[in-house]
Design a binder for this molecule. Structure first.
Ligand code: SF4
Length: 403
């Protein structure tokens, strides 16, 4: 089978997790070593007269880079064979399907064909596990070494860290990739045992993220690729094994605060044919949306677990934005004066994000904000904030909502 056919085969059969900074959107089924997709990720790269048709459907996804630029990213795997048996995964050992495998040299060379044709600008590389996580990680690293050293590829590489990878491999991967990811899949070891019985939560999944953070803290960033240490992400499968939002978000908060991951992805469980979980119902996608919203509140808005309106079962209400729920409970009687509030107070107001908080603070040099039109003129979203703010000591007029 030639390389393009292999890419196409992998693209047809793999559902690789969302690329980079893609925003939340309806997810796909879960896939190998975790890979939730978003609509943005999953849109095939646009056809172009300069791109041969045979190259269009090989697993290219538009991905937003950390700096905001969108690039066509080849999301693929070194092999779709795997010796593990994660219950949610289409590539689990023993599942009846055709597998394809690339050698590192072949993968690197084939990627460069796509790169030179203008089809792919970056690479997202995962793999099934064969002969253990360390041996698999060696092949992933070798692929990127060939790309960086032999082909002089300086573009974007997102590399998976395999369960069972060793610390020296993680450090080497940090010298080669722009981003590394380790998918925890479950919020703790008990839940993981129900999802992926051959994976070890702390030893194989959390520990590599700890190593990465230790290295980032203890060694100069010049040792990383292009003088920077890679960012890190993870992914959870949501709703397959009865885990609560509180469990998922406790772990997410830990990852953001202690291990400084850039992003947690949440992938709603979808049953796959011929897997042990095929009899389970798919999980409610609204739940995934609330988890994303909350994880951004942790990462960008200074919220923590205690701020969230969990039900007795430890879940978030599905029918309300968690930030709006917090504001209704805390700001209706204590509105925020937009002319004086600190940044962290502004970020608690529904409709105000990091950019608009900064805009409001900067506008104070020009005068006092007196009414909603002043906010609109600054580009601030005013739809939800009126009940929770004061403008120069006065509440803006608003229609009472039907809460
Ligand atoms: S380790 Fe698990 S999730 Fe990764 S490819 Fe193998 S079966 Fe799938």
């Amino acid at each position: 089978m030639d390389a393009l056919t292999k890419f196409k085969f992998l693209s047809d059969n793999a559902v690789l997790e969302p690329a980079e900074e893609a925003t939340f959107a309806p997810p796909p089924p879960v896939a190998p070593c975790g890979i939730p997709l978003t609509l943005q990720d999953h849109q095939p790269a646009e056809a172009s007269p300069h791109r041969p048709n045979a190259l269009q459907d090989v697993g290219i996804h538009h991905a937003k880079m950390p700096g905001g630029k969108t690039i066509p990213l080849l999301k693929t795997m070194l092999t779709s064979a795997c010796e593990r048996n994660c219950y949610y995964c289409p590539f689990r050992a023993g599942r009846n399907m055709r597998r394809v495998t690339f050698k590192p040299e072949e993968m690197a060379k084939s990627f460069m064909v796509l790169y030179r044709a203008g089809v792919a600008e970056g690479l997202f590389l995962s793999s099934g596990i064969i002969k253990g996580g360390a041996a698999t990680q060696d092949r992933l690293i070798e692929t990127v070494e060939i790309l960086r050293q032999k082909h002089q590829f300086r573009g974007y590489v997102h590399l998976k860290v395999m369960p069972g990878a060793e610390k020296a491999q993680v450090e080497r991967a940090m010298q080669l990739a722009n981003r590394l990811s380790v998918n925890l899949e479950a919020p703790n070891d008990q839940r993981l045992a129900q999802l992926a019985p051959k994976k070890h939560f702390w030893e194989e999944l959390v520990r590599p993220l700890q190593w990465i953070e230790e290295i980032r803290q203890s060694q100069p960033a010049q040792r990383g690729w292009n003088g920077r240490w890679p960012s890190t992400t993870t992914q959870f499968v949501v709703g397959a094994v009865g885990e609560s939002d509180l469990e998922l978000l406790s772990t997410t908060e830990f990852l953001y605060q202690k291990l400084r991951i850039s992003r947690a992805y949440f992938s709603s469980f979808r049953p796959l044919h011929d897997t042990p979980l095929e009899h389970l119902p798919p999980s409610d996608r609204r739940r995934e949306h609330r988890l994303y919203q909350t994880s951004f509140l942790f990462r960008d808005y200074g919220f923590d677990l205690e701020d969230l309106p969990f039900t007795q079962e430890g879940n978030l209400p599905l029918d309300i934005d968690p930030k709006l729920a917090w504001a209704r409970a805390n700001l209706l009687d204590n509105p925020v004066e937009l002319n004086r509030a600190e940044r962290q107070e502004l970020l608690r107001v529904p409709g105000i994000g990091p950019v608009s908080a900064q805009t409001i603070i900067q506008s104070r040099r020009l005068g006092v904000l007196r009414d909603i039109d002043d906010l609109r003129a600054l580009g601030v979203q005013t739809k939800n904030l009126k009940p929770f703010v004061l403008l120069d000591g006065r509440r803006p007029t608003y229609q009472l909502p039907l809460w």
